[in-house]
Design a protein around this ligand. Sequence first.
Ligand SMILES: C[S@@+](CC[C@H](N)C(=O)[O-])C[C@H]1O[C@@H](n2cnc3c(N)ncnc32)[C@H](O)[C@@H]1O
Length: 240
Amino acid sequence: MAVPSTVTAALADRPVEGRRCLEAGAGVGNTTAGLLDAGAERVYAVTNDREHARTTRERVADDTRSDRLAVLDADLRTLALSDDSIDLITAHGLCNVLDPAALSAVAATFRRVAAPGCHLVIDDYAPLPETAAVRELFAVENAASELATGGPALTFYPPDALRRCFVGGGWSFDRERTLLDPVPWTGAHLSAHADVARDHAAACPGDLGDRLAARADRLATEIGSESVGRMYSLAFRLPA
Ligand SMILES: C[S@@+](CC[C@H](N)C(=O)[O-])C[C@H]1O[C@@H](n2cnc3c(N)ncnc32)[C@H](O)[C@@H]1O
């Protein structure tokens, strides 16, 4: 599987070669592969999803890059990596799945594990315009998640909000760049979001869950795909 252009664009101006990296929220391993390809000395790829951990491991299992990879099935809020041990932290598409309390705890972990001079790259999605059809699907996903877990599934942070969050935590802002504009929300993306909504809806009481699940499925089918919104990359640095 190729490394997506959003990952290579976000890493292009960052020093990766010979660095100890934390890939926060490994997902399917896109940024993990990008960091290893760019010559990282070691990549700690962390996810709290066992299936994602397996996919990320398997992605480089057959080649020499696996010697430089440690996949950790762990919670970033309570991560057992040593203080001051990481030279580059990446969070590609992580923040939108963290509610504000989780974001704050994860930001504290980043600050703790970062060595002097550490670089931080935060790539995420800006809030969608009110006219975006996918907003309604994400709203249904969030409604089901709120009812099932007490918190949202998705939070789209404006880049300025994340910039203030990390600068407030001691990082110096370096640069912002656009990775996608518009963002192509494909049929596969929308059906994955409908799946999450359905999973949460299954835990909702009465026929409310059935109605939320049906609405998520109907929206994903009706929308099909949509190109809307912006994906951005923020880069920060700690003093050396
Ligand atoms: C959208 S994926 C990120 C994609 C990935 N960075 C890539 O480049 O392919 C979000 C990931 O964050 C993980 N995640 C969310 N909250 C987490 C937490 N508190 N601790 C660890 N992983 C978390 C999810 O399990 C998932 O693997």
